[in-house]
Design a protein around this ligand. Structure first.
Ligand SMILES: O=P(O)(O)OC[C@H]1O[C@H](O[C@H]2O[C@H](CO)[C@@H](O)[C@H](O)[C@H]2O)[C@H](O)[C@@H](O)[C@@H]1O
Length: 282
C-alpha cells in the first residue's frame, strides 16, 4: 500500500476520524473483481464480501459504483447477500449501475432504471458494418440494455484494435447523441448526462456524507476521483482517493492518494480501513 505523500497520509487519518459519516465507494471490475477475458466470467475476489460486511460496522455506508448493469453486478458480486449482512449492522449498501443511470440499495432492494437512450438501437444496427470497416469483426459486443460495450481484449491485437476503433465509434455515437466511455480494452457507448462523478455527488447529498473514500482502477473512475477531490477542496467532505493499480491502466495513479496492487491490494486496504475505523468506533 503506497501512500503517495505525507498529505495523503493526513487524508487517510481524516477519513478515519470521520468514520461515522464515511461512505466508501468502490468500482467493480479491476477493483473488487480481477480482470478476466470474458466479462460474463468476472466475479468478486473471494473474501471481499466478508471484508465489506466487516467495514460496514464502522462506517456510514458502502457503495459499488460501476459501469456494469446493476442487476449483473449484484449477481457477479454476491451483493444481495452482502447487502443483507450490511443491513444487519444497520448500514446500507448502495449499487449505482451504468455510471449512475441505475440505482439499487439494500433498503428498498429494487433497481431503478431509465429507458434506453434514443439512438442506441440505430448505433447497434450500424456497429457490425463499422467493425468490418476497421478490421475488428471479432470484437465482443456486450449489450447492456442502456449501453453497448465493444471489447477488444480477445482480439489478436487488442490495443491496436481499440486505437483503430475509438475515433470512428466516437463519431457514430456523437452523430446519434450518445456518449463514449473508453475503458480497459473496451469502448462503451451510452446515454450522456451522468457519470461516476455525478453519482458520487448525488450520494454525498442523499446520505449527508461527511467523508468519502473512492476506490477505482480505470478511466471511467476519473470523474469520481475529481468529484471527491473537488468536494474535499471545498471543505464539504474529508476525502481519500485509492487507485487499484495495474500495468494496463495508469490514468488514476497521479490523481491518487494511495496506490494498491489491484483487487488483492484493495482487500488489504479495506482490511486496514476496517481495523482503523473499528478501533475508533469501539
Ligand atoms: O466500472 P467498472 O465496474 O470498472 O466496469 C467497467 C466495465 O467493466 C467490464 O469490462 C472490464 O472487465 C472485463 C472483465 O474483467 C474485461 O474483460 C474487460 O476487458 C474490461 O474492460 C464490463 O464488461 C463493462 O460492462 C463495464 O462497464
Amino acid at each position: 500500500m503506497d501512500f503517495r505523500s505525507a498529505e495523503a497520509e493526513r487524508h487517510y487519518e481524516d477519513v478515519v476520524a470521520h468514520a461515522s459519516g464515511l461512505v466508501v465507494g468502490m468500482d467493480f471490475d479491476g477493483t473488487l473483481a480481477p480482470i478476466v477475458e470474458d466479462p460474463a466470467a468476472a466475479t468478486i475476489l473471494p473474501g471481499t464480501g466478508d471484508l465489506l460486511v466487516d467495514l460496514a460496522e464502522s462506517v456510514s455506508a458502502l457503495a459499488v459504483i460501476t459501469g456494469r448493469p446493476a442487476r449483473q453486478v449484484l449477481a457477479l458480486g454476491g451483493l444481495e447477500e452482502v447487502g443483507v449482512a450490511v443491513g444487519q449492522h444497520g448500514r446500507v449498501l448502495h449499487v449505482l449501475g451504468q455510471y449512475g443511470n441505475e440505482r439499487w440499495s439494500s433498503v428498498d432492494r429494487r433497481i431503478l432504471s431509465p429507458q434506453p437512450p434514443r439512438g442506441l438501437s440505430t448505433f447497434e444496427s450500424r456497429l457490425p458494418g463499422l467493425l468490418r470497416r476497421y478490421d475488428a469483426e471479432g470484437a465482443y459486443v456486450e449489450d447492456k440494455g442502456l449501453a453497448v460495450g465493444i471489447h477488444t481484449r480477445r482480439l489478436d491485437d487488442p490495443r491496436g484494435a481499440f486505437d483503430r476503433l475509438l475515433d470512428p465509434v466516437r463519431g457514430l455515437a456523437e452523430e446519434l447523441g450518445l456518449q463514449v466511455e473508453p475503458g480497459r480494452l473496451v469502448i462503451e457507448v451510452r446515454a450522456p448526462g451522468t457519470d461516476k462523478g455525478a453519482a458520487v455527488r448525488r450520494l454525498v447529498e442523499q446520505v449527508g456524507a461527511q467523508a468519502f473514500c473512492f476506490v477505482g482502477d480505470d478511466l471511467g473512475d476519473v470523474a469520481a476521483f475529481r468529484a471527491v477531490r473537488d468536494l474535499r477542496e471545498q471543505g464539504a467532505v474529508a476525502g481519500l482517493l485509492v487507485c487499484a493499480g495495474s500495468p494496463e491502466e495508469r490514468a488514476l495513479v497521479d490523481l491518487a492518494d494511495v496506490v494498491v496492487d489491484g483487487p488483492d491490494g484493495v482487500q488489504e486496504f479495506l482490511r486496514r480501513l476496517a481495523a482503523d475505523t473499528g478501533v475508533r468506533a469501539g
